[in-house]
Ligand binder design. Structure first.
Ligand code: EPZ
Length: 455
């Protein structure tokens, strides 16, 4: 009998709530089986952005009361963040894609080690806890497959606001002996997490705070919009200079806010359409979030059309090689690097893909090479020489985005591909298999021990 993991929340597959206990297996045992498909064609509604919703949930700590967040994706990271908030004393109720978070009774400012190690994004509660309590005790987040994932810039920014830190047996202990006061923060690198944590704390720091060299990702703007709806005074979010006028904590209040569409999920399906031919339309996304990815799809020989909330891609001729440099937004998103590497593996010519954001984000290359791709890694460059066909093979998801790209690879590969360790995919893609099937993909999910599909 497969080992069972206690999981309070049901993970929803294909819109039918299924608790793991009912399935008798765990996410770690499941695999995704993909077979060569004729095409991907049709429309798919993208879910709310994982990398916004997690922070919106954390921000609800600052407004004492019941905050409602809409368009929340049904993914396992959301379940973990719900657990983190409940451990702090909040109640989290879900109704479909809507979360009602009541933080009235939040009376703890410590996050447990076992939850922070499960999900790095738990560090996003650091800023809100300091804003609410003037102190926090958060387990130091570990690294992960794609890099060390340090938080030094989070700390530097918060120290400008008067926060003092010490490390106590793997926990980061924050205090504000002289209260919170605004200041001028210069980030060495436009870190998304550091921008978010300092912005959330600065909401209630006395006086003005300026965050220079701030991250410009759309999710930052989404968070600022929610904080302003809670009573904050933030300007410039989405640009590299964010200015916050502090307000009293007591004036911050709950709100209702809808999460923006997930640009990385949208980009992943657009890559599927580019790979297979399409046309594939992704709905519920602001095309301006994907300018660089759209430009690269066109450079590779695709046709792209946009409306105010959708993007459609199709391809008639062969894919052309392209060079890509991942950079902070509005540069090419590192979270689409593996997906575009997949396109490059079957493009005409050689592509050079340079990963500038994370120090170890080429694990996808080793797995796609098992499927016949020709990829050479040289430091933070990947040289990809296009091949005519990929071959199905057993492969392993090493991280969320590489896993999603491997499933797409199986659609174009000759024969059958079995993707293992798909719990990585469940972290950030709601009903990934169901959405690909709705587009005509020959994809199924099953427990690892189940037999293969009849030949
Ligand atoms: C967010 O991570 C996203 N995660 C990542 O998405 C995304 O790749 C990344 O931003 C960049 O866009 C969430 O929002 C939950 P960073 P974050 O702080 O905030 C280094 C996905 O697949 N750094 O901008 O951790 C860091 O090590 C995930 O959805 C420091 O050195 O990203 C990294 O190399 C993967 N010190 C680089 O900066 C710090 O204090 C970018 O990190 C902070 C970061």
């Amino acid at each position: 009998m497969a080992k069972r993991h206690r999981l309070n929340k049901s993970i929803v597959y294909n819109d039918a709530p299924v608790t793991l206990q009912q399935k008798g297996t765990t996410l770690a045992d499941d695999v995704i089986i993909v077979r060569e498909s004729a095409n991907l064609e049709g429309s798919v509604q993208v879910s709310g952005a994982k990398n916004s919703a997690l922070k919106l949930m954390a921000a609800s700590i600052i407004g004492c009361g019941k905050t409602t967040i809409g368009n929340v994706p049904l993914i396992s990271d959301i379940a973990i963040m719900s657990d983190v908030l409940e451990r702090l004393g909040a109640t989290v109720e879900r109704d479909g894609h809507e979360l009602a978070i009541d933080t009235t009774d939040v009376n703890r400012f410590e996050t447990p080690y076992e939850l922070v190690t499960k999900m790095r994004a738990s560090i996003s509660v650091l800023g809100p806890l300091i804003a609410r309590f003037g102190k926090a005790k958060v387990a130091m987040p570990g690294g992960c497959q794609i890099g060390a994932r340090k938080i030094d810039m989070h700390l530097v920014g918060l120290q400008v606001l008067g926060v003092e830190f010490e490390v106590d047996h793997g926990y980061l202990v924050a205090s504000t002996p002289h209260g919170l006061r605004g200041g001028h923060i210069f980030l060495d690198f436009p870190s998304v997490g550091a921008t978010e944590n300092t912005m959330m704390t600065a909401c209630v720091a006395e006086g003005e705070t300026i965050i220079d060299n701030a991250a410009r990702e759309p999710e930052i703007e989404d968070l600022a919009n929610m904080l302003n709806a809670m009573g904050a005074k933030i300007e410039g979010a989405g640009t590299s200079v964010v200015t916050i006028q502090g307000v009293p904590l007591e004036s911050m209040h709950p709100c209702t806010h809808d999460t923006v569409g997930d640009r990385i999920e949208a980009g992943t399906f657009l890559v599927g359409g580019a790979l297979m031919g399409g046309p594939v339309q992704v709905k519920g996304i602001d095309p301006s979030y994907l300018r660089m990815a759209i430009m690269k799809l066109e450079a590779m020989g695709c046709t792209v059309e946009t409306t105010e909330d959708s993007v459609t891609v199709k391809r008639e001729g062969p894919l052309q090689a392209v060079d890509i440099q991942t950079l902070p937004h509005p540069g090419f998103p590192t979270d689409l690097q593996a997906q575009f590497m997949l396109l490059a593996t079957v493009a005409q010519g050689s592509s050079i893909i340079t990963e500038n954001v994370f120090e170890n984000r080429f694990m996808f290359a080793a797995e796609i090479t098992r499927m016949g791709a020709d990829v050479t890694i040289d430091d933070h460059h990947a040289i990809v020489s296009g091949v005519s066909r990929l071959q199905g093979a057993p492969v392993e998801a090493t991280d969320l985005r590489a896993g999603a790209a491997l499933v797409l690879a199986g659609l174009a590969a000759e024969g059958e591909t079995v993707v293992h360790k798909i719990q990585h995919i469940d972290r950030g893609y709601e009903d990934y298999v169901g959405k690909l099937v709705s587009l005509g993909g020959d994809v199924r999910r099953c427990a690892a021990h189940e037999g293969r599909r009849d030949q």
